[in-house]
Write a protein that binds this ligand. Structure first.
Ligand code: FMN
Length: 141
């Protein structure tokens, strides 16, 4: 039984590039053991993350992440049972914001800013899919 979950949150001001690297390192160490794959996006103080895997593993990880003091305003954007993974290649990939085309943001929102709090979960999911399709994800494995 596989599920896909997506949430957004606001990073606390102390979160910088170093902290992001630490989160990714921890994710890459933990997620394979739990059978979890996914992608993390961090831009202008906002996190967006997709987690895929067994229902119990994903739900447990989401609860742990939601309790993490490095972010707040955690909002569940999307949750579904799935037949197959979309992000199977990444224990936790990172969206390369340098490769983010502003036109892609404009395609789905009123202005060229990543703001999952202002758009539907469906739109955020569609944006993620395009990011992966355009290879703007780094950190293989
Ligand atoms: C935005 C964000 C995303 C995170 N993603 C993951 C993740 O994918 N996997 C993971 O194990 N921990 C993730 N964490 C860290 C967890 O909240 C928690 O600190 C960690 O899982 C604890 O692992 P440990 O018990 O091995 O120390 C994330 C934290 C934040 C703030």
């Amino acid at each position: 039984m596989l599920v896909r979950l997506m949430y957004a949150s606001r990073a606390v001001p102390a979160v910088d590039q170093e902290e992001l690297v630490a989160i990714l390192r921890k994710s890459k160490a933990n997620n394979p053991k739990a059978g979890v794959t996914g992608v993390l996006c961090f831009s202008e103080g906002i996190f967006m993350q997709v987690l895929e895997g067994g229902r119990t593993a994903v739900n447990q990880l989401y609860n742990r992440i939601a309790a993490d003091a490095r972010h707040s305003d955690v909002v569940l954007l999307h949750y579904e049972e799935i037949a197959e993974r979309r992000f199977a290649g990444w224990s936790m990939g990172q969206v390369n914001m340098a490769r983010l085309n502003p036109a892609l943001l404009l395609k789905y929102s009123e202005c060229a800013r990543l703001d999952p709090f202002a758009v539907s979960g469906k739109v955020s999911m569609a944006l993620f899919d395009e990011l992966v399709a355009t290879a703007a994800v780094m950190g293989q494995g």
